[in-house]
Structures are given as C-alpha cells and as structure tokens.
Design a protein around this ligand. Structure first.
Ligand code: ADP
Length: 298
C-alpha cells in the first residue's frame, strides 16, 4: 500500500534520515520503532508531504502523496496530537477539519462516538488531558474514512485502559483491510500488537520485517542446574561448542531443550532445573538500535 523509497533528509550537517526504504502493507499493523532522535517523525512528515525529502519518494498504491486528489480521504494522520486550537470545542475542531477537507459534517459526531468523546464534544480542547487530545486527534484522522492511518507516538499520554483501547481500534481498522503505520519509542508496546516492524536507528533503516521473522531469530539458551555439571558439560560439548558453566549452573546454546533433556535422561544425570531462555524481542531491538547509535556518533 505504501512504498517509501530512498528517502533522505539533512538538516544542516545532520542527516536526520538517510536512504530509508520500506513498504507498509494493507490489512496489517506496522510498527515504526526507534529510539528518540532516530528519524521517525522526520520520516513520517515526509510520508505526508509536510517535509520535503532531499532525495527519494513516498507512494500510496503507486501515487505520490502530492498527486493525491483528496489526501484526507486516503490518509488520516496524527503527527502531533497537541496541535489543535485550544479555544475550540472538540466538535468545532472536527467541524473545521471536515470543512477544510470537504468531508460531510455528519462524520463529526460519528468519529466523536468512535473515539469515546461524545460527552466531551462541547468542551474546549485546551482543557483536555494529553490522553483526550490523543483521542480527539485520532477522531480527526478518522474523519475522511481513510484507508491508511499514520500515527506518530499515539500512545503518549494514554493510561493503560486508553492504550488497550487504542490497540483494539488500530487492530480492527487493519482487520477491515486498512493500513496502519504507527510509531513508538517503546518496543514492548508495539511488539504486543504490530504484525510488521520497521526499525530505524541513527536515521538509517535497520530492519523491515514481520514480527514473527524477527522473533524467530531470537537467541535461545538452555539453562541447567545440576550437581554433575562437569559431566554434563562434557556430554553437551560433543553436540555444541557453546557450553559454559559456573558453580552448578550450566548454559548451552545451539541445542533444543528436548535434545538436552534426552541426553540428561540417557546418562542418568540428576538435575534440579532445566529452563529454556529466549532473549526478548525488546533486547534484540535495543541491541540493534544502540549499535546504530554508536555508528551514527562514530
Ligand atoms: P524521532 O522522531 O525518531 O525522535 P526525529 O525525526 O524527530 O526523530 O529527529 C531525527 C533527527 O533530526 C534528530 O537529530 C533531530 O534533532 C533532527 N531534526 C528533526 N527535525 C529537525 C529540524 N526541523 N531542524 C533540525 N534538526 C531536526
């Protein structure tokens, strides 16, 4: 649905985004992850024509954003949830947006309902908490009944209930065939509901893959506690070069827990614990992004 190809943006001598290429598929939630300063907002601004790339381009189903006839009807975006007139009521804020994009006024109350702001419709946005502003901003993005939702850090300011609500909203938008591209500096948050991840660090693309593919590369190790640690280490060393132990605790990599357990059984070794430990997705991504930070500052 969205093709971002080779986008590059430099501010003075600082390369905010460098030659970043990825696709975002319809019917899926794609998380855009990277630490603060990685280039997420700059990339998203280039995706909706708010920042002009020095090089590269962004296309929606083959059409450049700038060539879309009515972009608000195809792409609903929230790049800054706080960006609203503080003196306007929630309803009037949405009415002004609808008028600007030629969207029927009947949509205003529909979207207020779908983000749970019916009762706050006549309150001024300036008095809203950040969480309520996030809901109002999402209502604005939904106004034109878009096929694509592009949201920069939408969970900021939401309480745990609000985050669960947001996750469900985005999931059901994607399940109906919509395209969701949502950024966060919190990997754990996105890994709970994204289908695909685009990971960026130091302005460069690090990974663009399904969550499952990234997780399947996670390193596994088998931890065993045994009074016969030397004996078990010698046995396992015939199967893998990655065995180490301290005290009664042994760690083996490159073997499944089933293989280790079979060896233990066959050689009648007494164990007090056998655990499979998988590095979390979060650990893997933190490693990737911190390596890129070192690269960027080198
Ligand atoms: P993220 O959204 O991942 O936190 P940004 O895209 O906001 O990252 O920023 C990437 C880099 O570009 C940062 O070093 C930031 O300081 C710089 N940057 C972003 N926008 C501007 C701008 N308008 N002028 C100068 N530097 C900018």
């Amino acid at each position: 649905m969205i093709n971002v190809s080779g986008v590059t943006k430099t501010y003075g001598s600082r390369k905010a985004v460098e030659d970043v290429t990825f696709d975002v598929a319809a019917g899926r939630v794609t998380g855009f992850v990277g630490p603060n300063g990685a280039g997420k907002s700059t990339t998203m601004r280039m995706m909706v024509g708010l920042t002009h790339p020095d090089r590269g381009e962004v296309r929606y189903a083959g059409t450049r954003y700038s060539d879309l006839v009515n972009p608000a009807r195809l792409v609903g975006s929230v790049l800054d949830a706080k960006c609203m007139h503080p003196g306007r009521t929630a309803r009037n804020h949405l009415k002004a947006m609808a008028a600007a994009s030629d969207i029927p006024m009947s949509r205003v109350d529909e979207v207020l309902g779908s983000v749970g702001l019916e009762t706050a419709a006549n309150q001024r946005a300036g008095k809203f908490s950040l969480g309520m502003k996030q809901r109002l901003a999402l209502a604005g993005a939904l106004l034109g009944n878009p096929e694509v939702l592009l949201l920069d850090e939408p969970a900021n300011g939401l309480d745990p209930d609000g985050i669960r609500w947001l996750r469900n909203e985005l999931r059901s938008f994607a399940d109906k065939g919509g395209t969701v591209f949502v950024s966060s500096h919190l990997i754990s948050e996105l890994s709970q509901f994204a289908d695909d991840l685009v990971v960026i660090g130091g302005g460069r693309l690090l990974v663009s893959e399904s969550l499952g593919a990234i997780e399947s590369r996670s390193e596994r190790s088998i931890v065993v506690r045994t009074p016969q640690v030397v004996e078990l280490s010698a046995l396992l060393s015939a199967h893998t070069s990655e065995v180490e132990f301290t005290g009664d605790r042994l760690v083996a990599r490159g073997m499944t827990s089933e293989d280790v357990s079979n060896l233990i059984f066959d050689h009648r070794i007494r164990v007090t614990e056998l655990t499979e430990v998988t590095r979390s997705l979060e650990d893997n991504l933190i490693d990737m992004t911190s390596a890129s930070a070192e690269f960027a500052s080198a």
